[in-house]
Write a protein that binds this ligand. Structure first.
Ligand code: SAH
Length: 215
């Protein structure tokens, strides 16, 4: 790591603690994963600012606080099989991969999907499996999942994803349109019942159907 980023990284961890991130493992992983490797070169100096940043294909890498918050709320365990929708830069995927057994991630923009595969290789992360496709449908061949995290805002909670959760499983998803206040929502599956809790107000790029082959 570029050593002049270290003071900012240390400060970021302190900020996250002050914002209520108490899970030590989550804080450790945020410290360990080099966020500067997931953003465009010209933004490297801002890698440890507590802010969302632009990536390719008009998308964004989420604010570190939101990554930490969603990860903490997902209550991931080392034995878990986890699905992420919206690979984007690959940052959240790597964070989750350090806390679970296997991480599956789906992206609908080809350039982002390809760049993420490269970074997973570069960082020697071997427990991530990628898919280029529409994540709203989930991943039929790999279900059920202990945990599901969606990192783009859905107007609704996609039914198909709910039924790919294991009994007792947790899903975290930002919900709301682009013109309204979105909220992070937590869903816990109890058999055929789903317990829904509304958490933090947020701003995410939209969860969209279909796939995009170019940038
Ligand atoms: N987790 C990412 C956040 C990226 S922003 C990170 O850590 O960088 C959200 C991403 O969701 C975008 O890359 C967008 O292309 C993707 N996305 C939106 N709708 C999708 C869908 N239906 N299936 C898969 N990916 C989707």
């Amino acid at each position: 790591m570029n050593s002049n980023l270290l003071p900012k990284k240390t400060l970021l961890i302190e900020t996250l603690k002050a914002q209520g991130i108490t899970n030590e493992k989550v804080l450790e992983v945020i410290f360990d994963v080099p966020r500067e490797d997931f953003i465009p070169g010209y933004l490297r100096n801002q890698a440890y600012e507590n802010a969302a940043l632009p990536i390719e294909s008009g998308q964004t890498i989420s604010q570190p606080y939101i990554v930490a918050y969603m990860t903490q709320e997902l209550k991931v365990e080392k034995t878990h099989k986890v699905l992420e929708i919206g690979t984007g830069s690959g940052y959240q995927a790597v964070v989750l991969s350090k806390l679970c057994k296997r991480l599956f991630t789906i992206e609908r923009h080809m350039p982002l999907y390809k760049a993420a595969e490269e970074i997973f290789k570069k960082l020697r992360v071997y427990n991530i499996t990628t898919l280029f496709g529409n994540g709203i449908k989930g991943w039929k061949e790999q279900e059920p999942f202990d945990r599901i995290m969606v990192t783009a805002a859905g107007e609704d909670i996609p039914d198909e994803l709910l039924y790919q959760l294991k009994d007792g499983g947790i899903m975290i998803i930002p919900v709301g349109g682009q013109e309204e206040t979105q909220h992070i929502v937590r869903i816990i599956r109890h058999g055929d019942e789903f317990e829904v809790n509304t958490l933090l107000p947020v701003k995410f790029v939209p969860l969209l159907s279909g796939i995009v082959h170019s940038s």
